[in-house]
Design a protein around this ligand. Structure first.
Ligand code: GTP
Ligand code: MG
Length: 286
């Protein structure tokens, strides 16, 4: 199942945001609150939206291929989002970077973000590998929090790709951050995110829940490994049965070809004999 993607922002939307909340920030952005800056920003966002579509399509194509080959789909679902203007400017400010378009282009790699949620850990690496090998995408950065989980228990594979987006003036090589994770990792990360950013709890409770969440992450990892083993065993067995079936069907086809060849030989010998007897001179005296 692949979820609908959000629409990319347009100039009117940006304008409304501009009027409402971000006026102060935008006053600093590019040192002038001009329509020109907003237009350029919107154009830039369209390129990121294009890059997000390019990568999403590649992932959907891979997923479709598995479906077509009657193999278990490695992707459970995908989500994608474009970073809001507010978060982009907030990130630049936090990092003490100039609030300029060039600074956005050079420093913020997660404007286009895709989350690929897989069933099993093997699927995570398989899908990531299939995408990383494609000739028109480039791997800019890999952070493997599955092999090296964060101290709080967070696990996911983060890869920043660059992909060319072809516009009227040529290719724009654009970064897209892809987070690959399993359903269990996603389930955990959603709650951890809620605890971190969306709670009104006192600090002592947050500390206690964080500790409990770390234990949950370890338990989930253990459960996932056990389920992965069962899944691998099922897949291995299925592959072995399929291979035997292919060999059996190939040898059935071979036998059938041999039978047909034998029938052909017999029938051609018969017809030779019939021709020979029909053309043979009648015995003397007849
Ligand atoms: P930032 O994007 O500024 O965070 O820097 P970065 O790109 O170097 O960070 P990183 O690749 O480590 O993580 C980026 C994204 O991963 C975040 O925006 C979150 O979506 C997700 N993420 C990373 N760490 C955590 C975590 O501890 N908990 C949860 N719930 N999500 C995380
Ligand atoms: Mg990031």
């Amino acid at each position: 199942m692949i979820l609908e993607r959000k629409k990319a922002p347009n100039i009117a939307q940006i304008g409304r945001q501009y009027d409402r909340q971000y006026e102060t920030m935008l006053q600093q952005f590019d040192a002038q609150k001009s329509f020109e800056t907003l237009s350029k920003f919107t154009a830039l966002m369209q390129v990121y939206a294009g890059a997000m579509r390019e990568i999403s399509t590649k992932l959907e194509n891979l997923d479709d291929e598995f479906q077509y080959r009657d193999l278990p789909n490695p992707i459970h679902h995908m989500e994608s989002r474009l970073k809001s203007l507010e978060s982009i400017l907030g990130k630049l400010q936090r990092r003490g970077l100039p609030l300029e378009l060039e600074s956005v282009k050079n420093n913020i790699r997660d404007i286009a973000g895709i989350r690929v949620i897989c069933n099993y850990i093997d699927d995570v690496y398989e899908v990531a590998d299939m995408l990383s090998k494609q000739s028109d995408v480039n791997v800019l950065r890999v952070k493997d929090y599955i092999k090296n989980p964060k101290p709080n228990g967070y696990r996911s594979l983060h890869i920043i790709y660059t992909v060319p987006v072809f516009l009227s003036d040529g290719p724009h090589v654009t970064p897209v951050e892809v987070q690959f994770r399993t359903i269990a990792m996603d389930y955990w990360a959603s709650l951890e995110h809620q605890l971190r950013y969306k709670n009104t709890l006192p600090d002592t409770d947050i500390a206690e829940h964080s500790k409990a969440l770390l234990a949950c992450a370890q338990q989930l990892s253990h459960v996932e490994n056990s389920m992965q083993e069962i899944h691998r065993d099922i897949s291995r067995h299925r592959e072995a049965v399929d291979a035997v079936e292919r060999i059996a069907s190939a040898s059935r086809a071979q036998r059938a070809r041999e039978d047909i060849a034998r029938v052909d030989t017999v029938s051609s010998e018969n017809s030779k004999e019939e021709t020979a007897s029909a053309t043979a001179e009648p015995p003397a005296g007849m």
